[in-house]
Ligand binder design. Sequence first.
Ligand SMILES: Nc1ncnc2c1ncn2[C@@H]1O[C@H](COP(=O)(O)OP(=O)(O)OP(=O)(O)O)[C@@H](O)[C@H]1O
Length: 340
Amino acid sequence: MSSLYSLKNIEQYYEGRRVLNIPNLTINENQIVGFFGPNGSGKSTLFSILSFINNPSNGELIYKGIENKKLDLKTKQSVVMVPQNPYLLKRTVYENIAYGLKLRGEKENLDDKVFEALSVVGLSNSFAKRKWSQLSGGEAQRVALAARLILKPKVLILDEPTSGVDTNSAQLIKEAILTAKQDYNTTIFISSHDHNWLNHICDKKVALFQGNLIESSSVNLLFAPWSKNENQNLVKEFIDGQKLEIQNSFDKKRDSIAMINSDDITICRVDCEEFNSGNTLKGIIDSIHQINGGVKLLVQFAICGISFNCKITREYMQEQRLLPGDEVNININTQNVCWI
Ligand SMILES: Nc1ncnc2c1ncn2[C@@H]1O[C@H](COP(=O)(O)OP(=O)(O)OP(=O)(O)O)[C@@H](O)[C@H]1O
């Protein structure tokens, strides 16, 4: 797999304030990379740099081995973005989808290409003649996506593509993204607050916090509010009364965010007796799916609605008879927690 992007010491400043700081990031071709992090963490800023809309204040951005400032227009045009609130032209769906190709003077077989793009996003041909104003939020989002997919881009950047869409549209968007990866060899970057949806689609997940890249694989972020116990350690109190005490956290502020590596979490069936630590909680498995080419399984589970993940082997899953919907014991080793 060859590297498509290489970022070194990338910084973005707005009004004298640094909002992005990425010492090193390499992204390979034909990957789906998910970006997540709280509001204002720098996802859109990073996307505007990766799509060559903005030049970074400092640092080196290399795309296909070429410095960003030396890229030609055609190469830059092969990277397309669907922004958070995509704008549709006040015209028909057909004209919206055909617009990019027309602009590039590629008018051959336009009808077929528009219908193919519609079908990739799960919309029938009858949508072609609809006006932009006759679409639901989820349909408008998919039309905006179709308008980029028709260009068969080298890189497709999607800024929160599922915010405000229903589960059916989210599923259709997911399928369209996978088609782009498989059939057009597109590399895809997606930002989303929906960890479960991201886990099902991404080859790699990257967390951003206050402009810093935190982790490039599965990570668990536990946000405020925190309470303090008698040892002055921070304690997360879940709504059903369960508590998670973070060891050696007496010097941390109550608005801190705990970062728990998924390797520090072990799950076990309810009848398992191997845990004796006080930090054993109960949760429900949401999903189990393959990562790292099937070598490991990522288990997504929730403790009182708060999502976590950990990694297990297939053998462990079979031995423990773990399935989505199961209640499990969750042991969290809090000795290695990082704070951000
Ligand atoms: N043009 C701008 N001028 C000044 N500050 C900006 C500008 N664009 C973004 N910022 C600031 O940069 C920081 C990062 O913003 P950005 O939009 O990249 O975050 P985000 O992670 O995409 O957030 P969200 O999840 O809310 O979309 C924020 O503090 C924001 O206020």
